[in-house]
Design a protein around this ligand. Structure first.
Ligand SMILES: Nc1ncnc2c1ncn2[C@@H]1O[C@H](COP(=O)(O)OP(=O)(O)OP(=O)(O)O)[C@@H](O)[C@H]1O
Ligand SMILES: [Mg+2]
Length: 376
């Protein structure tokens, strides 16, 4: 558990980790996700005891760890650059830490063999790191952290040195490993694909603070603010500032956006106010009807992505034009310069405060709205 955990460098330095609070369950896989420089590594290093904390506290269970040296915290750490001893064999790399903590030679050998077996590295046991592939080296680094039977597993971008295929393979292995061993894991990455697939919960960080802690699905569906909305998803959520007003049987936001009158309940108290309207690129469609939100824009660029066409289009906002992205089916034929209408379900729209960017109250599901209006 992290309580008001803070780190600043220098005397009057600004906090690079700024009073974060986080409770982690036993056996949970938590991913710290955020852009470069947001404080992920610093947070992990404080938990590992490699970095002195400026204020706040770190607890494992009920035990305050603040002043417990790193080598007595029983954490296993895996770094981005493996940091294997080049002159030692795979076996020695794994045994070294155990031996230096006083494990007998026989016991160390048994435990190392066990871990090598588990990671399918037994055949590589006598090799030096330079005689291994990147993926094998990364497995040795995992093994070295595992062999000490840590109660907490800390990983800092462990896959970022691997090529795309290997990264995916290792990601699956890490997922399986966690599934079988159930060790509490804190995993740092700026790759949201890794975060969304591995995490029980994702912690989105920005500028030394936590923006949202939630299950991957919730982070994706209900981002806590416009930063998280933009950061999650590839590409992130489309956002535009609008002021929605009732106009006949529609609700309009400038020239480009219109919603059915029925969506009034979805829009709720955000009517006649400046808000940020958000919609995910994958939830925009070329087909729709009068029950859908309609967004009109001019196509600027079409990128062939294999399974879809990533289509960039310009919509007219209240003050200036805005760029939106839609993922369209590969057999559609959007043409540059063409003006098209895109549709979205009103329940897929998200609203954020125009100033703070904070998500505005959770939307009612449109089906629920319809049912209610039938009754009422
Ligand atoms: N020893 C140090 N002295 C001063 N500032 C530091 C030091 N170490 C890190 N920082 C600053 O702290 C901030 C957070 O760094 P940190 O390494 O935790 O970021 P990160 O989220 O891990 O980024 P990345 O994704 O690039 O690894 C950065 O602005 C960095 O410049
Ligand atoms: Mg880092």
């Amino acid at each position: 558990m992290l309580e008001s955990l803070t780190k600043s460098y220098g005397k009057a330095g600004t906090a690079v980790v700024d009073g974060i609070n986080l409770e982690i369950e036993n056996g949970e896989f938590v991913v710290l996700l955020g852009p470069s420089g947001c404080g992920k590594t610093t947070t992990l290093r404080m938990i590992a005891g490699l970095e002195k904390i400026t204020s706040g506290s770190i607890k494992f269970g009920d035990k305050v760890m603040n002043d417990i040296p790193g080598d007595r915290r029983n954490v296993g750490m895996v770094f981005q650059n493996y940091a294997l001893y080049p002159h030692m064999s795979v076996f020695e790399n794994l045994a070294f830490g155990l031996r230096s903590r006083g494990t007998t030679k026989v016991e160390a050998a048994i435990r190392v063999d066990e871990v090598l077996e588990m990671l399918e590295l037994s055949a590589m046991k006598r090799r030096k790191p330079r005689e291994l592939s990147g993926g094998q080296r990364q497995r040795v680094a995992l093994g070295r952290a595992l062999v000490g039977r840590p109660s907490v597993f800390l990983m800092d971008e462990p896959l970022s040195n691997l090529d795309a295929n290997l990264r995916e393979q290792m990601r699956i292995e890490i997922g399986k490993l966690h599934h079988s061993l159930g060790i509490t894991t804190i995993y740092v990455t700026h790759d949201q694909g890794e975060a969304l697939t591995l995490a029980d919960r994702i912690v989105v960080m920005h500028n030394g603070t936590i923006k949202q802690v939630a299950k991957p699905r919730e982070i994706y569906n209900s981002p806590a603010d416009s930063f998280v909305a933009k950061f999650i998803g590839s590409p992130g959520m489309n956002l535009t500032e609008v002021e929605l007003r009732t106009d006949g049987d529609r609700i309009r936001g400038g020239e480009a956006i219109s919603l059915p009158r029925e969506a009034a309940r979805v829009v709720g108290s955000h009517l006649n106010k400046k808000v940020l309207l958000g919609i995910r690129p994958e939830l925009l469609s070329l087909v729709g009807d009068e029950n859908d939100a309609k967004i009109v824009g001019e196509i600027q660029l079409v990128e062939q992505m294999g399974s879809q066409l990533q289509t960039y289009f310009k919509i007219e906002g209240p003050s200036s034009s805005q760029n939106f992205i839609a993922k369209l089916p590969p057999d559609s034929t959007p043409r540059i310069g063409e003006k098209i209408a895109l549709f979205a379900r009103p329940s897929d729209l998200r609203f954020f405060d125009a100033l703070s960017g904070n998500a505005l109250d959770r939307l009612l599901d449109i089906d629920e709205v319809k049912a209610e209006s039938l009754v009422g």
